[in-house]
Write a protein that binds this ligand. Structure first.
Ligand code: AMP
Ligand code: MG
Length: 360
């Protein structure tokens, strides 16, 4: 398939402000062109095609959520196991009614507080939502993204858009248009090439069918933040607190289907070093030295201390960039954090490394 790649970088709040408020000619032109591209992409979605598009978290690969055949093509394009459910993206909070038969005050509070934004709510599903979207579950995951191109795409297509991350299954999530082009050119109808994703890791997934609500995937929005918004307890899934469902230390069984799979993995072997900063740095040096002496090329993934939001923003891009150097081994420094962005990055880092960790 020939993939059309359209530049929609103009649909950034800054350029749109220049076009709308300041009425700058150049800005108006490029915004108009980008809107035309999005309108064409929306027609492709409505006709059963596949479109990759930017969101504030990571890029998504989308199809009409009510078109079962189109949704199945997403699994094929990604090479994704078909029991791994997708997130359904909406453009207005009231569209939630197309997907779920009932909402609670807590759901309304979370939507009011965090939408548009990096929060996905797992809700009871209406039977009209194809089971291809939900991986056969009787719940559906819903999110309202905070990205103009995504919102326009959903609005103009006239349907909710089912969209997992726009990477090949198992490879790091895409946070730039170049990542998406690398993975999906030739496999989708259109790639909307926007700006790099502002957040850089996937949304927080909270199961609202559980009491108390349970976070199944950590993200930028934390349990404390959700708790404060609903004025009631919101907890992390036990498996997450034990390092993730695949961690050798974990005794709880996975609640979120996506947790079963080894995700986000670079091509190289990967090892995480955990401990105090000084010791981590020393151990990484020691391991690097040792391995290089036997001819094993080593790449190091170390983020600035306590800059967790930045680490989240860069994590996947760094993994992809390191992989391009074709090292034999990637050694990563852990981020010590038990809630928040560092915790969310560690969830991905441990998965990427297949829970291969040394403590110093
Ligand atoms: P992605 O679309 O690649 O960001 O992955 C979506 C993730 O959301 C899945 O891997 C699941 O872990 C989670 N998810 C989606 N739908 C559900 C659901 N109905 N119940 C539990 N988890 C879900
Ligand atoms: Mg994904």
């Amino acid at each position: 398939m020939k993939t059309k790649i359209y530049d929609v970088t103009a649909l950034s709040p800054e350029t749109m402000r220049r076009a709308q408020t300041l009425r700058e000619r150049d800005a108006m032109e490029i915004v108009k062109r980008a809107m035309k591209y999005v309108a064409e992409a929306a027609r492709v979605i409505a006709a059963g095609g596949l479109v990759a598009f930017p969101t504030e978290t990571v890029y998504g690969i989308g199809a009409n959520a009510f078109d079962e055949a189109a949704v199945r093509r997403i699994y094929a394009a990604k090479g994704r196991p078909s029991d791994n459910p997708m997130i359904v993206h909406i453009a207005r909070a009231s569209d939630i009614g197309q997907l779920t038969p009932m909402i609670s005050p807590a759901i309304v509070k979370l939507a009011d507080s965090f939408w548009p934004g990096p929060l996905t709510m797992v809700l009871d599903r209406k039977s009209s939502v194809p089971s291809a979207v939900t991986g056969g579950l009787d719940t559906v995951a819903v999110r309202l993204p905070d990205e103009p191109a995504a919102l326009d795409l959903i609005r103009l297509s006239g349907c909710p858009i089912a969209a997992p991350s726009a990477n090949l299954s198992g490879s790091p999530s895409p946070t730039t248009a170049a990542h998406v082009i690398d993975d999906l050119e030739g496999k989708v109808d259109i790639i909307l090439a926007g700006n790099p994703c502002r957040v850089g890791i996937e949304s927080t997934v909270v199961d609202m069918t559980a009491t108390p609500p349970e976070i199944l995937r950590p993200g930028m929005l934390t349990a404390d933040m959700l708790s404060a918004a609903v004025d009631a307890e919101v907890v992390y899934d036990k498996a997450l607190l034990q390092g993730g469902a695949f961690s050798p230390e974990c005794t709880a069984s996975p609640r979120s289907p996506g947790m079963k799979y080894r995700h986000y993995a670079p091509k190289a072997d990967m090892l995480v070093v955990e401990g105090s900063r000084d010791r981590v740095e020393a151990e990484i040096e020691r391991l690097k030295d040792m391995n290089e002496r036997i001819g094993n090329k080593v790449a190091v993934l170390l983020f600035e201390e306590r800059s967790y939001i930045e680490a989240a923003h860069d994590f996947y891009a760094r993994l992809r960039a390191l992989d391009e150097e074709s090292p034999g081994l990637i050694i990563a420094g852990a981020l010590p954090d038990n809630d928040g962005a560092g915790f969310a990055v560690m969830n991905r880092m441990m998965k990427s490394a297949g829970y291969n960790v040394v403590r110093v």
